[in-house]
Design a protein around this ligand. Structure first.
Ligand code: 13P
Length: 284
């Protein structure tokens, strides 16, 4: 456990976050398709339909996870991530919420047992026309079940990172922080948000807003889309654009590092960085 705690400390420290490039092959394909490139790999794992639910999904992969984790640890991995989604327009059904929470908790226990810091990612999808109060209600339900089952599985909270979605892009600081404070124990060292389809600038501004006052946890980012978009558009798959693409990644990394410190201003951001990436009914 000491090793696990020293692993998370490398991330949950001032100005630091995560560049998430751990998408499934299918999701990588969508990103590459956005700049006209092919992805020839086939996707085999991840979210699959949840029988008995309201057209919802569950995340498979627990079978054999312990032996895979041992192998990944030997290869140098110190973190793992398990992402599962909850859809508000689909209900969510009690079954889907329980399955999501239980799966995350089993995965977290297995990861810790094998020396890996589990990043626990219950994503509440942005889809739907419901009011913010409904998002609040669902998020509180999901997070409370997640923490209930984490405790039941004897997961050490000091050795996990939570990766939630933001409640609402417009009123982010108020709603998201209120909800998190109600449900996430301060023993959790870090909350590393996903970007969920917000524009790069929105995701960074929202993170900045949440770091205007001290929080019980390290509040930072683990963005994929909100760190990759400008980079992909700049790169276009052409070797001559590699350097410019790397520079644009550093611009985003710096912006989010400043947002983690609560010192970001959106001044001088490009038009591309302001473009939203939300896709209705997005499947990963
Ligand atoms: P987004 O930041 O694009 O929502 O992705 C987060 C993630 O978990 C990627 O694997």
């Amino acid at each position: 456990m000491t090793k696990i705690i020293s692993s998370y400390k490398t991330i949950a420290s001032p100005g630091r976050g995560i560049l998430a490039i751990d998408e499934s092959n299918a999701t990588c394909g969508k990103r590459l398709a956005s700049i006209g490139l092919d992805n020839t790999e086939t996707n085999r794992q991840g979210l699959v339909p949840l029988p008995g639910s309201n057209n919802e999904s569950w995340c498979q992969g627990l079978d054999g996870l312990a032996s895979r984790s041992t192998e990944y640890y030997k290869q140098g991995a110190r973190f793992a991530k398990w992402r599962t989604v909850v859809s508000i327009p689909c209900g969510p059904s009690a079954l889907a919420v329980k399955e999501a929470a239980w799966g995350l908790a089993r995965y977290a226990a297995i990861s810790q047992d094998n020396g890996l810091v589990p990043i626990v990612e219950p994503e509440i999808l942005l889809d739907g026309d419901h009011p913010i109060e409904r998002t609040l209600e669902v998020a509180e339900k999901v997070w409370s079940e997640v923490f209930f089952y984490l405790a039941e599985n004897n997961v050490v909270l000091e050795g996990i990172l939570l990766k939630p979605s933001m409640a609402s892009p417009e009123t982010i600081a108020k709603y998201t922080l209120t909800m998190l404070k109600r449900r996430v124990p301060p023993a959790v060292p870090g909350i590393m948000f996903l970007s969920g389809g917000q524009s790069e600038v929105e995701a960074t501004l929202n993170l900045n807003a949440m770091n205007q006052a001290p929080n019980p946890w390290h509040v930072s980012f683990s963005y994929a889309r909100a760190l990759q978009n400008t980079v992909l558009k700049t790169w276009q798959g052409r070797p001559e654009n590699t350097e410019a693409a790397q520079k644009s990644l550093l611009v985003r990394a710096k912006a989010n590092s400043l947002a983690q410190l609560g010192k970001y201003s959106a001044e001088g951001e490009s038009e591309e960085a302001k473009k939203g990436m939300f896709v209705k009914g997005y499947t990963y």
